[in-house]
Design a protein around this ligand. Structure first.
Ligand SMILES: Cc1cc2nc3c(=O)[nH]c(=O)nc-3n(C[C@H](O)[C@H](O)[C@H](O)COP(=O)(O)OP(=O)(O)OC[C@H]3O[C@@H](n4cnc5c(N)ncnc54)[C@H](O)[C@@H]3O)c2cc1C
Length: 255
């Protein structure tokens, strides 16, 4: 078991094992540590992390744990947005990280839902990667359709892994690409359940891929994408209250 130290607030201190690029803007960070709370985490939960720098601990930032709960290392998959997230490629092995959590209830009941519709915008796919990695571990039989919106396929990541998952799970992946002209050129016959649509997530696209109102709906991404996706579910008879949502944004506390 990994050696772990604890800070004065009782938070376990983890260490960076490695940082691996997922694409030009997204990196996965693997953390080593031991903490009973994190060992009991559920797929799709997040951690609030602080990183040790020469000038001291950083401010706290929330990130989904993108790996499966069964994984020994804690994996976070982080897109460059501002100063903190742009520093991720510079985190050297051994860098200390304080983790608070696991936090959140976004996917709490997902294992028990037989038909699941996941809707992700960009890096908002991370809770779904965690759930799908978990499903691969337990050989889940749930029927899952993942709609993943990106500008181009180069903005997506984990493509080979998702393709393999469509072979082992009852999973269909629908890439919705808003800035690609010939999306069908992306189709590979060896992965018949990885499909491509031009445009953003829409009622037409949902209908074409057999989404019914009785599925369990999960949505995560930037707030404007989420608002649009909820509206597009309206014509299918899906109430906004029936959509489980996780926003990758937060309102700064009032001063
Ligand atoms: C529950 C949750 C889970 C998340 N999971 C992931 C994940 O798996 N992968 C990932 O890449 N990102 C995730 N995020 C978003 C991530 O926390 C922010 O992108 C990050 O904290 C921004 O820090 P920054 O200093 O690089 O950017 P900043 O320079 O602080 O800001 C860049 C932009 O992001 C906004 N912003 C600042 N802080 C936050 C914040 N805490 N949350 C959201 N927007 C912020 C700013 O207003 C600005 O527009 C998650 C957010 C939440 C709330």
């Amino acid at each position: 078991m990994a050696e772990t130290s604890v800070d004065q607030g009782g938070r376990n201190i983890w260490k960076v094992v490695r940082v691996a690029p997922e694409n030009r803007e997204v990196n996965s960070v693997y953390l080593e540590g031991s903490d009973e709370k994190f060992a009991a985490r559920k797929a799709g939960q997040f951690a609030s992390i602080m990183v040790m720098r020469p000038e001291g601990w950083s401010e706290a930032h929330p990130f989904t744990i993108s790996g499966a709960p069964e994984d020994a290392l804690l994996r976070l998959t982080i897109k460059k947005e501002g100063a903190f997230t742009s520093s991720v490629p510079d985190w050297k092995p051994g860098t200390q990280v304080k983790c608070t959590g696991p936090l959140g209830v976004f996917c709490r009941d997902i294992d028990s839902r037989p038909v699941i519709v996941m809707m992700a915008g960009g890096v908002g796919v991370t809770p779904f990667l965690s759930v799908l990695r978990h499903f691969a571990h337990i050989k889940a039989a749930n029927r899952v359709t993942l709609f993943w919106g990106n500008k181009t396929l180069e903005d997506a990541f984990a493509l080979d892994e998702l393709g393999e998952m469509t072979r082992g799970l009852d999973l269909t992946v629908v890439h919705c690409l808003s800035r690609e002209e010939d999306v069908q050129a992306r189709f590979q016959p060896s992965f018949p359940r990885v499909l491509y649509e031009k445009g953003r997530l829409s009622a037409d696209i949902f209908q074409r891929h057999g989404v019914g109102r009785d599925a369990a709906f999960y949505l995560c991404g930037p707030p404007p994408m989420m608002e649009a996706a909820v509206k597009e579910l309206g014509p299918l008879g899906v109430e906004p209250s029936a959509v489980n949502q996780e926003k990758f944004s937060y309102a700064a506390p009032a001063r």
